[in-house]
Write a protein that binds this ligand. Structure first.
Ligand SMILES: [Zn+2]
Length: 403
């Protein structure tokens, strides 16, 4: 599978890092067992990761229970808690700046503020937070981005709920504040990467799931056989902007009747206000109402609309695991089971296999760390194989048509 020893070594380093990310501290013997590598190879990989400050092997604590009755206490390998990554989490309502330890179970210092409505104020607030947190210059700035992101071109193509960040060069200007290069991850894809990284029993390449998040916007992401699915256009997973029959609500994207207008936080609130005929009812009132009354028809209709869209996605990709995160599944314990019943009704999955709706917390920071590991910290080696001139390929049509 790997043509070159350096590729194999890089793949093993990634695998070891991912295992530690998912399972927490492991002894060298456990790492060898879990990766299927020889103890000597696993040990070399551990040494590499320690040298690069991605992993640490601290002295065991003083807790008496940690000590075996005889001999030296075992040392465990763990994701580094002393190496940090600066992160900017751009949100529609609030933005956070943080200095996050690589170890996702640890929390670094952070500052959150309401997202300003101008690019100048946004950059100024981020810079002020950076200075107050004493964030040193870094190689890379991790950025979580709402909307449609071209991660390779470092460009936000379309962000209907936060249009100011569409300005060309914005991600570079943000990263320049940290003297860093930008590493931007679409916010729902970050959740999918986080869910994937958290699920230890099911490490790549075996995972396949559709994740849908319900927040200020509504979006999806697909992991197929352990890989985040990316189409040729960077709009993969934009399930929230699928039209719902009979829905006439205008959407921030400019269209009419998108699913997002029904099941985003604002969409749910609009339906609730219509139902109660209370135009000023708050989100807290909605939560209290649903907690006491359960899923009434006004809410069930919106869940059904979302289930139809998810059913289309799972019919397309052939997965039987759906992960739901965010506000809607958090409203009532019956939301998950209702989703499961309605997706089963609207898809072919019941004839072919089981369906499981997992209600999961948002694991965005973990997803950003996993993305940083793959893209920046432990990248695939670029093989500079000398190619004889006669064998140089002609420019491919795809490349030739690029601007
Ligand atoms: Zn829309």
């Amino acid at each position: 599978m790997y043509a070159h020893p350096s590729q194999l070594r890089a793949a093993n380093r990634r695998r070891a890092f991912r295992l530690l990310l998912a399972r927490g501290p492991l002894s060298r013997a456990d790492l060898a067992r879990a990766t299927g590598l020889s103890p000597m190879t696993a040990g070399k990989i551990a040494d590499d990761l320690i040298r690069d400050r991605l992993v640490e092997e601290p002295e065991p604590g003083d807790a008496p229970s940690a000590r075996p009755a005889m001999g030296r206490p075992p040392r465990n390998l763990a994701i580094s808690s002393t190496r940090h990554l600066p992160i900017v989490e751009l949100g529609v309502r609030s933005t956070a700046v943080m200095l996050q330890p690589l170890d996702p179970t640890k929390q670094g210092p952070s500052i959150s503020f309401p997202t300003p409505r101008s690019i100048k104020s946004l950059l100024a607030r981020v810079d002020s937070a950076r200075r107050r947190l004493h964030i040193p210059p870094a190689d890379v700035l991790l950025i979580s981005v709402p909307g449609v992101l071209d991660a390779h071109a470092h460009r936000v193509l379309c962000s209907p709920n936060l249009p100011i960040i569409e300005q060309p060069g914005f991600l570079h200007r943000l990263a320049d504040l940290f003297h860093a290069s930008p590493c931007a991850v679409q916010e729902i894809q970050a959740l999918a990467l986080g869910h994937q990284a958290h699920t230890p029993a099911d490490l790549p390449p075996h995972q396949s799931f559709v994740l849908m998040d319900f927040g200020d916007g509504v979006g999806g992401a697909l992991v197929a056989r352990g890989q985040l699915f990316q189409g040729s256009l960077p709009m993969s997973g934009e399930l929230g902007h699928t039209g719902v029959h009979g829905n006439r609500r205008p959407c921030v994207c400019g269209s009419i009747g998108c699913l997002e207008t029904l099941v985003s936080r604002q969409g749910l609130l609009s339906s609730f206000r219509q139902h109660l005929k209370r135009p000023n009812a708050s989100w807290q009132a909605l939560r209290a109402h649903v907690a006491s009354r359960g899923i009434e028809p006004w809410l069930a209709r919106s869940i059904d609309a979302a289930a139809i869209v998810i059913a289309g996605a799972i019919n397309l990709v052939g997965t039987q695991d759906v992960v739901l995160t965010g506000d809607l599944p958090d409203l009532h314990p019956d939301v998950g089971p209702l989703f499961e019943r309605r997706i089963l009704l609207h898809s072919l999955i019941s004839r072919l296999g089981r369906l499981t709706c997992h209600i999961a917390p948002r694991r965005r920071i973990l997803g950003l760390i996993a993305a940083a590991a793959d893209r920046v910290l432990l990248p695939e080696p670029e093989l500079a194989e000398p190619v004889p001139n006669a064998q140089l390929p002609h420019a491919s049509p795809a490349r030739a048509t690029r601007p």
